[in-house]
Design a protein around this ligand. Structure first.
Ligand SMILES: NC(=O)c1ccc[n+]([C@@H]2O[C@H](COP(=O)([O-])OP(=O)(O)OC[C@H]3O[C@@H](n4cnc5c(N)ncnc54)[C@H](OP(=O)(O)O)[C@@H]3O)[C@@H](O)[C@H]2O)c1
Length: 218
């Protein structure tokens, strides 16, 4: 499977690109700057000890990838989506990882959107034929990015197309020990994005960095 990351040059893109590449997926990281994408891909390959990540301009990533992850800041996501709209194919699966948290001088603020969640806000600017799936919202990027950490947790997957959710869950199953959990419609992102806020608050209280979730009983 060929996975693309729009804004794959940030910490979240890094973590996902490293995990998926280490699991054998073909990984394309995108940037607004093709030069930056190539440079950062070389950094990821150095960590992996293999030439498994390629860097391209964002639109070229969207053209080539089977599944496209949007790994950009939540407040930049609408702009980033608009910049790839003419390249996205009908039926293509987009994965939104955004969490509407702003960190201003040490204060955490959860940003409310009239659509209910950052995922639904992004969906509102996408054509209906493009399937948006939310995933990886509640898993810390630095946990993903440290290949020495065993992923002993779940990742909640939501979206209005069950076919698209299945496709993303199949890709997630490539990553050893990480379990995808089907969280149903995209509106579940309202809960999941707030779970991330909880994880951040728990990290602060316990002076940790890696709070993550495991659902028992299913
Ligand atoms: N940090 C975590 O633990 C964590 C956990 C779960 C989810 N997330 C989510 O992951 C997403 C990415 O987080 P991050 O910390 O990796 O973000 P980041 O480093 O601030 O940004 C990621 C990349 O987005 C690109 N970008 C920025 N503005 C853009 C724009 N207007 N149009 C297109 N691309 C743009 C940049 O790439 P170029 O300059 O190379 O184009 C940048 O390297 C966020 O939505 C965050 O909520 C983070």
């Amino acid at each position: 499977v060929k996975l693309g990351f729009v804004g794959g040059t940030g910490i979240e893109g890094r973590g996902l690109a490293l995990r998926f590449a280490a699991a054998g997926a073909e990984v394309l990281i995108g940037s607004r700057s093709p030069e930056r994408a190539v440079k950062v891909a070389a950094e990821y390959n150095a960590v992996l000890g293999a030439e498994s990540v390629r860097g391209l301009e964002n639109s070229a990533v969207v053209t080539s990838a089977d599944i496209v992850f949007l790994t950009v800041p939540f407040d930049q996501a609408p702009d980033a989506v608009r910049s790839i709209l003419s390249t996205v194919r009908p039926g293509q699966v987009l994965v939104d990882v955004t969490v509407p948290l702003s960190f201003q001088s040490g204060k955490i603020e959860y940003v409310e959107f009239p659509e209910g969640s950052s995922a639904e806000r992004i969906a509102s600017i996408l054509p209906q034929e493009v399937k948006l799936v939310g995933a990886f919202k509640e898993l810390p990027a630095h946990v993903l990015g440290d290949l020495g950490i065993v992923l002993d947790c779940d990742v909640l997957v939501c979206g209005n197309s069950s076919e698209a959710r299945d496709k993303v869950m199949s890709a997630i199953r490539l990553i050893p020990t990480l379990r995808p959990v089907d969280a149903g419609p995209l509106s579940s992102a309202r809960v999941i994005e707030r779970m991330t806020l909880l994880a951040v608050l728990l990290n602060r209280r316990y002076k940790k960095k890696g709070a993550r979730f495991r659902i028992q009983g299913i």
